[in-house]
Design a protein around this ligand. Structure first.
Ligand code: FUB
Ligand code: ZN
Length: 656
């Protein structure tokens, strides 16, 4: 890890090498989803499901089965009625719209676009002349608006802005963007230096205002985001109405953001806060934000992080409890919190150029977040436990329905996380079959990545410059490929991988330099060059720090970026009745027939069984099958475990 001095130095250097108007402190600027076409089997299949099942499910719930769109119609005077639902329900409409915007890029669909335009017309019609937009207060009493900081008016507005920016980027249509601008201007007219204080009860507007700044170039929005951050920790928040446990730590409001060093409270609030802070830090080069976020990030990843990339172990506050308290059965791990980890870690990666943040992002993306979505695309987990007695099941929807559209918008926007561009550098952060075109040294360069990752570890990157072009291809080498399970010591691989990372160009081994976890291939690239990377895809046994009591005497399995689990559906409907002794041999095989095509891990293990009468027990050696964790519960409610017992004392024949 870098100490704080080198952290600052990195920031200064990155300022010097910045490549775009908005990248003062960034090592690279990400290539937008709107310029990346996803082509690979893993992600294309998921994007197709988002288009054909997830978004239709969100539309049906939002428009027909729940009153979310009706609230806008009533607020706009298009129908009679009153507000129904929860005060933050508007946000689900906006998040669904944002997901539609991303999805329309990879899956153009005129019918869906028409639906989005219809919603946008209703939203625009519900906006008040002064720019205010919120169906709850419009329909229950405008005299109460902006009086209670916990009532999500600004959170809803933030999601409006995110949707508007995404829809504008995909379609070029401005109508929703203009609604968002009017809302932001309305907020700006009321709050800010010399105006009223506002310590939001749910962060979100900060990161959204930065997006609005980037798309409009209007500096007021960046200043407002910075000001919102600066409001926290000053004991100004007299406007929360929440009670008892919903204290200031819950909303990360104990200390000013720049002084924060520990993770506290509600996980989604925290993730959105630090994402916004990182965005502001990137544009203002504020070293104090950076210091704070680095410390808080370490507190999350070193002590409060699940192997699945999930965070927020406690259902009590939908968030963090005490260090190393990481229960498996009761793990809360809200889908939205993993989505937020992806947001925040991308910003940290861009700010530092260090691959370890992308390693964390990849873990959360492929495991904790994707587990929130069924293979069928229309069932969702709100919490993502790491063990089950067979009582958990994904659901069609929730009263508080933040997670479905959140996983939809993240998955549909996966194109945002793959490539980055800096002066003289093309960054490859994730291994996803895709095509894009970037500008390097003022000349166009076509890029096409091909891979079956995460099923196998071979990645080829076709580089097609319009003419000979000298630049550095910077390919992230995942920590796990070099034997480091996670940054810090919370989880360790039992052994180092036997395979090595191999890099070649045009079939010949290429010598590379390593910089902060990236293999840097600097050369004169010409049309048709192919860089190939082979990552070792061995089954790795993971052990947790002994301070995680819940994982004592247990082991988890990981292959590539995927964490595995044992699910009853593959193992005589039991997942608690076996042990994994030391020196167990693991085999892998690709099963095209299973769960849409999956690489399974099989191993021989002693299994404890009862006879038919249930009165005697016996052991047998059986072949057990493990599947990627994110795929569990696609065959109904089932027993499941990620952390597998080494010893017989942790074994349960019949856990319920
Ligand atoms: O408050 C809005 C959303 O509802 C939060 O982000 C989720 O955690 C859920 O509490
Ligand atoms: Zn959620």
């Amino acid at each position: 890890m870098h100490n704080s001095k080198s952290w600052l130095r990195l920031m200064v250097l990155s300022t010097v090498f910045s490549s775009t108007a908005f990248a003062q402190s960034l090592h690279y600027e990400p290539v937008s989803f709107s310029r990346v076409l996803i082509t690979d089997t893993f992600w294309k299949a998921r994007l197709d499901k988002i288009a054909t099942a997830t978004i239709p499910a969100c539309v049906e719930q939002t428009e027909i089965k729940t009153p979310r769109i009706r609230n806008f119609e009533v607020a706009a005077g298009l129908r009679e009625g009153k507000f129904e639902g929860i005060f933050y329900d508007d946000s689900d409409v906006f998040k669904a719209l944002e997901a539609m915007a991303y999805s329309l890029k990879n899956n153009p669909d005129p019918v869906l676009e028409k639906k989005a335009d219809e919603w946008i017309d209703k939203i625009a019609a519900a906006q008040l002349p002064d720019g205010y937009i919120n169906t709850y207060y419009t329909l229950t009493g405008l005299d109460k608006r902006w009086t209670d900081m916990s009532m999500h008016e600004d959170y809803n507005g933030g999601h409006l802005i995110e949707a508007a920016v995404a829809y504008y980027q995909t379609t070029g249509k401005r109508k929703l963007l203009d609604v968002a601008i009017r809302f932001a201007d309305h907020f700006d007219s009321l709050f800010g230096p010399g105006k009223r204080n506002w310590v939001t009860g749910h962060q979100e507007l900060e990161l959204a205002l930065v997006k609005l700044y980037k798309v409009t170039g209007e500096k007021r929005y960046l200043n407002l985001a910075d000001w919102l951050l600066s409001q926290r920790g000053l004991k100004l928040a007299k406007g929360y109405t929440w009670t008892d446990w919903r204290d200031t730590a819950y909303a990360q409001d104990v200390l000013p953001v720049k002084k924060q060093r520990e993770i506290t409270g509600h996980a989604v609030r925290a993730m959105y806060l630090y994402t916004g802070a990182a965005d502001v830090a990137a544009l203002t080069a504020d070293a104090e934000y950076m210091e704070a976020m680095k410390a808080v990030w370490e507190d999350v990843v070193y002590r409060n992080f699940y192997i699945t990339g999930g965070i927020g172990s406690s259902g009590r506050n939908e968030g963090f409890s005490v260090d190393y308290d990481l229960p498996n059965l009761q793990a809360y791990c809200e889908t939205c919190a993993s989505v937020g980890m992806v947001f925040w870690n991308q910003r940290m990666n861009m700010l530092t150029g260090q691959s370890l943040y992308m390693d964390v992002l990849e873990r959360s993306l492929y495991n904790g977040a994707q587990s929130g979505l069924s293979l069928s695309g229309d069932r969702f987990f709100y919490g993502n436990p790491l063990a089950s007695f067979g009582t958990h099941n994904r659901r069609e929807w929730f009263g508080t329905a933040c997670c479905p559209a959140n996983i939809a918008r993240l998955t549909a926007s996966v194109g945002d996380y793959i490539y980055g561009v800096s002066d003289g550098g093309l960054w490859v952060n994730l291994f996803i079959g895709s095509a894009t075109s970037v500008t390097m040294n003022k000349k166009a360069v076509g890029i096409a990545m091909e891979t079956n990752y995460p099923s196998d570890g071979k990645i080829t990157i076709n580089v097609n410059p319009s003419s000979r072009n000298r630049f550095a291809l910077r390919v992230r080498i995942p920590g796990w490929a070099e034997g480091k399970a996670v940054p810090g010591d919370l989880y360790r691989f039992k052994n180092l991988p036997e395979g090595k990372v191999v890099i070649s160009v045009n079939g010949k081994p290429e010598s590379v330099t390593m910089e902060d976890g990236y293999a840097v291939i600097l050369r004169d690239w010409k049309k048709g060059d192919i860089a190939a990377i082979q990552l070792p895809m061995e089954v790795m046994e993971v052990q947790a720090d002994e301070k995680v009591k819940q994982n004592a005497g247990r082991v988890a399995l990981q292959r590539g970026p995927l964490v595995y689990c044992v699910e009853g559906a593959d193992n005589d409907f039991r997942a608690w009745n076996f042990v994994v002794p030391e020196n167990t041999q693991f085999k892998t095989s690709y099963r095209p027939d299973l769960l849409g095509g999956v690489t399974t891990i099989t191993f021989e293990a002693p299994v404890l069984e009862t006879d038919a009468s249930g009165q005697s027990v016996q052991t047998a050696i059986k072949t057990l099958t493990a599947i990627p964790y994110f795929l569990w519960n696609n065959r109904g409610p089932n027993e499941m475990q990620v952390w597998l017992p080494r010893k017989i004392n942790a074994l349960r024949i019949n856990p319920d």
